[in-house]
Design a protein around this ligand. Structure first.
Ligand code: G3P
Length: 218
């Protein structure tokens, strides 16, 4: 499974990228707006740090507007993926952009039907939002497993990005359900490598070592 970071924060990206664990980045207008810099500046800065795909979302909702914006954004760097919302106009835009060789990530997927349509339209990535499905009292992970089966059954190339991951349980279940990619919020990522028993174990080993040293030095 590939790990993407779901953030536009350059410090978070640098910290985790230095561990060699970042395969790509996803952003959205909410994440960009938190950074207080303009869209193009933030995306270009991220693209200069990370080699893998960087998703940048269009703001237009009409077909012409989306395609025009996508063509501009795609010129900012070689590793740009244009994020397109899952609507009728969005599917049409994905169809056009895929024929032009522009990579797309269809976002806000909440059903198998939406995922299948996006993949058939030529999306490079599809992004089911598991946390938001769970918020509705349904099971987001079931959607990941179902989409995995459908894409495999029909040999569709789109990769599944499990998005709206809120906790470690989501991250682990995503791997078990067969998503190609988990996009993890920058604030959640450090929690993936920590465990209280690891900290307790390190503490215990060091205390025993110190006691041994003190005994030897007597
Ligand atoms: O990748 C999508 C993500 O940014 C949305 O997450 O927690 O707002 O549902 P959330």
């Amino acid at each position: 499974m590939k790990f993407f970071l779901d953030t536009a924060n350059v410090e978070e990206i640098k910290r985790i990228n230095d561990l060699g664990l970042v395969d790509g980045i996803t952003t959205n207008p909410t994440l960009i707006s938190k950074e207080g810099k303009d869209f193009e500046t933030v995306i270009k800065e991220i693209c200069s740090i990370v080699d893998g795909p960087v998703s940048a979302e269009v703001i237009a909702l009409d077909y012409e507007g989306m395609v025009e914006e996508a063509r501009q954004v795609a010129k900012w760097a070689d590793n740009i993926v244009v994020k397109i919302p899952m609507t009728e106009a969005g599917l049409k835009a994905v169809n056009t952009l895929s024929q032009e060789g522009i990579k797309t990530n269809v976002t806000l997927i909440f059903s198998v039907a939406q995922g299948l349509l996006a993949a058939k339209a030529g999306a490079t990535y599809i992004s089911p939002f598991i946390g938001r499905i769970d918020d509705m009292g349904e099971d987001g992970m079931e959607l990941i497993a179902d989409l995995r089966m459908v894409l495999d059954n029909y040999a569709l190339d789109a990769e599944i990005i499990a998005a709206s991951i809120r906790h470690i349980g989501h991250f682990e279940a995503t791997a078990l359900a067969g998503a190609d990619i988990a996009t993890v919020p920058g604030s959640l990522f450090p929690k993936l490598w920590s465990h209280p028993l690891t900290d307790k174990g390190i503490d215990g080993f060091l205390k025993d070592w110190e006691a041994f040293q003190n005994k030897q030095n007597k």
